[in-house]
Design a protein around this ligand. Structure first.
Ligand SMILES: [Zn+2]
Ligand SMILES: [Zn+2]
Length: 306
């Protein structure tokens, strides 16, 4: 049966479609444009100049050539032309990065391909499932937090730059914000990496808590992600308000202290499948009714008498 709550991401009105050619083929052009030292230097120089002069980020040819430390202006001009119009734009004051150029430099400066390992480090925190110590580790560009019994708190990709010069605790905080942002996109059917559609699949794992997981596979880049249903609900207004009213700031609190992340759902209807998650604080219970795509359909707060 059609589940009105499990909408697909493709409910678009006629005329919504872009008029540009669809981006369907994996292209080597973006790589070819920058796999040359002079071009990389130009992008780097323009980014640094933009950081120092955000109001007027354009650099004249001569100054750009000098700042980049390149003497052969003919060769320099050739490479500068190659970067246009994708990554560099020409303005009346000179040359500046396009938005795509800024995004590319950001990706490269975040440390793609840089090998870095940190930890494991014991955290001043315990696992909310088994009450043993939690430890954190950064390896293969993944921040992971787990206990000795193998209970994992959501692990996610984080570029090396996010960890450089920061404590593991700070990196975990950054990762959490990033993960919640990604969960929000995935829940609505959009890939946070390439912005293609994702296929969302509700899966029940053979574990005692947080067994209902929403797994998303991107049809475009192949990115696969999965998280317990409760993870996707942490930014919902009734959830934020409930925690706030009980003295908990969902934004600042680590995931292992938010019981909704490991809440075990109960089935409240089979067709369509509806699940109920409950959390309790200080004599009050919040109950959330969701569909299999972790979309919040209803919520209720009630006093609990013990
Ligand atoms: Zn544990
Ligand atoms: Zn993707």
């Amino acid at each position: 049966m059609d589940d009105a709550g499990d909408e697909t991401p493709a409910e678009r009105e006629p005329g919504d479609e872009s008029t540009a050619a669809p981006v369907t083929e994996f292209s080597l052009v973006p790589f070819e444009l920058v796999t040359e030292e002079t071009r990389a230097t130009i992008l780097d120089t323009l980014a640094s100049y933009q950081a120092e002069n955000p109001r007027e980020p354009s650099v004249g040819f001569k100054r750009l050539c000098e700042t980049a430390g390149i003497e052969d202006s003919g060769n320099f001009n050739y490479h500068l032309n190659k970067l246009q119009p994708s990554y560099v734009r020409r303005t009346e004051h000179g040359y500046a990065l396009t938005n795509a150029g800024t995004a590319l430099v950001g990706t490269l400066r975040a440390g793609v391909g840089v090998e870095m390992t940190r930890g494991p480090k014991t955290l001043d925190a315990t696992c909310s499932i088994c009450d043993t110590e939690l430890s954190a580790r950064y390896e293969d560009a993944i921040v992971s937090v787990s206990c000795e019994n193998g209970h994992d708190y959501p692990r996610d990709f984080l570029p090396p730059k996010a960890v450089t010069g920061r404590t593991l605790e700070e990196a975990i905080s950054i990762q959490k914000r990033r993960t919640l942002h990604d969960c929000e996109l995935v829940r609505t059917g959009v890939c946070p990496a390439c912005f293609d559609d994702v296929e969302r699949r509700h899966t029940v794992l053979d574990v005692s808590q947080a067994s209902h997981v929403l797994v998303a596979t991107c049809e475009g880049c192949g990115r696969v992600s999965g998280a317990p249903l409760g993870m996707y609900l942490l930014r919902e207004p009734p959830v934020v308000a409930f925690y706030h009213d009980h003295g908990v700031d969902v934004t600042e609190t680590p995931l292992w202290e938010l019981e909704l992340v490991i809440a075990e759902p109960t089935v409240c209807s089979e067709d369509p499948l509806r699940l109920s998650l409950s959390i309790q604080r200080d004599g009050e219970r919040l109950t959330l009714i969701v569909n299999t795509h972790a979309r919040l359909l209803d919520s209720e707060r009630a006093c609990v008498t013990s």
